[in-house]
Design a protein around this ligand. Structure first.
Ligand code: FAD
Length: 503
């Protein structure tokens, strides 16, 4: 416990959801916080900016799902009103419309997973294929997000998991794999089964309304990050962009005393890293301090996935049935989504041109293409789904390539992920890839891990109140009973049968 410094100084590295979450809470508790961001914009993967023609763009459009309780609470606390109403969605393949989802919270509530199964409309997928999804109920119950559950399922690929439980090939190809490509940014044979179970449970299965989603009525940068950062700086936080952190300096006790950005030095009583995996690996390459610890060196075993974000302005109105749409089967091992921004963003609501955001996940093989080739490809895909795009003219476009941008939850990666506390006891880590037990994913997880890192700093420095973190909604009663029974039987099994096989 440190008490000698009346105003402890904290350096936070990285200005995405995690870094801003940590900064915001520590500033509110009277800490002297400096947030260092390598890039020119705030928001990390959710950053937005304007094109040279003054058009707002962002690094991919971001949805906010029903269970994002901590982000919704933040937005309320900031007095913002950034979101659309809950939206419906469609799914397309090159054969046409494949699925249409309702707003689940508007339907009579059924015990999970019956609502998820019963309410979407699948014009092509036969009932027998859909019924094969129920065979997945055992692993869904067995995977309770504990360390043991991650160890049991992480070495297996998601594809092997679905195969071994008898999910039909068609259901896997047309429903589960597209969800993995959009939720974990990778095809099933490249995803950890543990990550697949955790992600699907959080976004789709745990409670009927969980798949409901809202979007910002403009870029997230403008609608949330700008007012949030203004609030942080008004409260005394310092936010510095174009400050890529390169190393740390330790004192005689082996604790961080300063953070280095090349020649610049920032003293600190505690440090929060809130950088993605590629960012961490880059710091590690230049940091003789981090290189001393195997936990940090092991991060070099982790991967990240390429993503592509495009925005196209068309010369005419094209009717798009739903604002949010997912696609599969257009490019092998790549998932994509497209959004009608006229329906989502206030600025485009009454325009005669149509504005479409089309994002591609696991887009490795697309990134080398030139802008015009990518624009042609996007228009071609759009026209396959909605023929009205075939003759529309693209009058402007933005193409944003995001190489190695998002966390790759590859099979076997869990062992290398870090918890918030590190071998350097005043250095904490946060971000959507950090191990915690909250149960959330993506933006909500990044924000929650930022608050958790702030709470570690508070615990260490002994100043201020910890942030309140809203837990994910409890499992439904029948799932609680099934999980309790499963744990009981697993306990008996492990006492009676000596463990000799692989987990
Ligand atoms: C196209 C796309 C679509 C997505 N869609 C959704 C969605 O619909 N819903 C959802 O919830 N999530 C979505 N995500 C995922 C979501 O963006 C991430 O989970 C979340 O933003 C991660 O936040 P973070 O704070 O952990 O990391 P990041 O946002 O990656 O922030 C890390 C920051 O650290 C900075 N940094 C790196 N190295 C250094 C250094 N050396 N010094 C200083 N700073 C450094 C980076 O520049 C960056 O600003 C999507 C992601 C992409 C790319």
């Amino acid at each position: 416990m440190m008490t000698e410094n009346p105003t402890p100084s904290v350096v936070v590295v990285g200005a995405g959801w995690a870094g801003l979450g940590a900064t915001d809470h520590l500033v509110s508790q009277g800490y002297d916080v400096t947030l260092l961001e390598a890039g020119a914009y705030l928001g990390g993967l959710v950053a937005g900016w304007q094109t040279t023609a003054g058009r707002p763009v962002e690094a991919g459009i971001h949805g906010f799902w029903y269970p994002y309780k901590n982000i919704f609470e933040l937005v309320d606390r900031l007095g913002l009103d950034p979101f659309t109403p809950w939206t419906r969605s469609c799914q397309y393949s090159p054969q046409g419309l494949e699925a249409e989802s309702p707003i689940f919270q508007d339907q009579p509530r059924l015990p999970m997973p019956l609502g998820t199964f019963a309410y979407p409309r699948f014009p092509r997928l036969p009932l027998q294929d859909r019924l094969s999804a129920f065979s997945m109920m055992y692993p869904v119950i067995d995977f309770d997000n504990s360390d043991q559950a991650w160890q049991r399922y992480d070495a297996m690929t998601a594809r092997e998991l679905f195969k071994s439980y008898g999910v039909s090939a068609r259901l896997y190809r047309e429903a589960f794999e597209p969800m993995l490509l959009v939720g974990l940014f990778a095809p099933g044979e490249q995803c950890s089964a543990a990550a697949a179970l955790g992600m699907l449970y959080y976004f789709i299965l745990a409670h009927q309304p969980d798949f409901d989603v809202v979007w910002c009525r403009g870029t997230v940068g403008e609608q949330i990050f700008r007012p949030w950062c203004d609030r942080i700086t008004a409260a005394g936080g310092k936010i510095l962009t174009q400050r890529p952190v390169t190393d740390l300096q330790l004192d005689e006790q082996g604790q961080v005393k300063a953070v280095l950005c090349g020649e610049e030095r920032f003293t600190a009583d505690a440090v929060v890293f809130a950088v993605g995996i590629s960012g961490f690996q880059k710091i590690l390459r230049s940091s003789s301090v981090l290189q001393q610890h195997s936990q940090f060196r092991n991060l070099m075993n982790l991967g990240a996935v390429d993503v592509l974000a495009t925005r196209l302005w068309f010369d005419r109105q094209v009717t798009v049935p739903q604002p949010a749409n997912a696609c599969f089967g257009f490019h092998p091992t790549t998932g994509s989504t497209f959004f009608n921004l006229n329906a989502l963003h206030d600025d485009y609501r009454h325009q005669t041109e149509t504005v479409i955001e089309a994002d591609f996940y696991h887009a490795n093989q697309l990134l080398p293409l030139g802008d015009q080739e990518l624009i042609n490809l996007v228009q071609q895909d759009l026209a396959t789904c909605i023929p009205g795009f075939r003759n529309a003219q693209v009058i402007d476009a933005s193409v944003i390539r995001l190489p190695r941008a998002v966390t790759h939850f590859a099979p076997g990666s869990y062992q290398y992920l870090l918890p918030a506390s590190t071998p350097i006891n005043n250095l904490f880590v946060s971000g959507d890839w950090v191990v915690n037990r909250h149960g959330s994913w993506s933006q909500e997880k990044a924000y929650v891990t930022g608050l958790e890192a702030a709470n570690h700093v508070i615990n260490r420095c002994g100043q201020g109140q910890p942030a309140t973190i809203i837990p994910v909604e409890a499992d439904e009663p029948h799932i609680q009973i099934a999980r309790g029974l499963n744990q009981f039987l697993r306990g008996i099994e492990s006492n009676l049968i000596p463990r000799w096989g692989l987990p």
